[in-house]
Design a protein around this ligand. Sequence first.
Ligand SMILES: NC(=O)c1ccc[n+]([C@@H]2O[C@H](COP(=O)([O-])OP(=O)(O)OC[C@H]3O[C@@H](n4cnc5c(N)ncnc54)[C@H](OP(=O)(O)O)[C@@H]3O)[C@@H](O)[C@H]2O)c1
Length: 254
Amino acid sequence: MSRSFSGKVVIVTGASKGIGARLVRKFQAGGAHVVLSARDEEAMHAIAAPGDLVVAGDLALDATRERIVEQAVARFGCIDALVNNAGRGAYFTATQSPLDDSRALFEVNFFAPLHLAGLAAPWLKDSKGSLVNVSSIAGQISLPWLPVYSASKFALAALTSAQSMELRRNGVHVMAVFPGYVDTEFQAHAAGSSPPDNVVKGKKFAVSAEECAVAIIRGMERRQRMVVTPKIGWPLVIFSRLFPGFVESRMELR
Ligand SMILES: NC(=O)c1ccc[n+]([C@@H]2O[C@H](COP(=O)([O-])OP(=O)(O)OC[C@H]3O[C@@H](n4cnc5c(N)ncnc54)[C@H](OP(=O)(O)O)[C@@H]3O)[C@@H](O)[C@H]2O)c1
């Protein structure tokens, strides 16, 4: 891969596994200094290169988010990109989603990206860097087996659009990512029950974490405003905008 991130300082949340771990490898190959964050410190040290920085902690906590930006700036003196990738699911139906878990999910999937972007914004303006938020196809089409997760990813997509409109005049590139099914341990890490059988079967259409990371990197290099991966997600997104009732009827829980 090209050395397009040579010398750049890139924060990746959810860097311990899945899509985030693949992204770290890509940024390292591109010559970046990576700031890795997640809870599993050992896993991150196994991925980190000698010039990288590991900041372990729970992203549900304000203090973790503050430490990430403080330590990144103390070590490197700048931030060129923030990739808000950490997130988790919750398999509860819409009427049975527990309030405490729903609030906890929003802390990680929505409030952490919101808070981190606010903390990093002055540095991203200085560097004319990139702010990337990993939403989901569930942030375009409401999934009834993941309703609160969908709501958090819709919220993140709306936030990303507003961040783009605010930060463009400062030369900051803002990008939302909408992956479909990605072959990671996401389902195993989600709260609640298992997803319905037809959803599990859908795993055969999954893209790999590697493919997802490649699409994100390409989007950053081209300074795209959004990435849908795999591309087959596009007709789904457009179809659901044009015919929402039909799409809902096909996705109904039975
Ligand atoms: N897999 C899919 O099908 C899919 C589809 C669309 C979008 N996405 C999105 O892609 C992103 C990455 O998901 P993935 O598939 O790579 O899932 P994953 O393998 O479960 O990885 C999730 C990452 O988020 C971190 N994380 C979760 N809760 C955290 C917390 N409270 N504090 C700090 N870090 C936390 C995890 O690290 P620790 O456990 O070490 O804390 C891990 O590094 C998520 O935002 C997800 O919603 C995934």
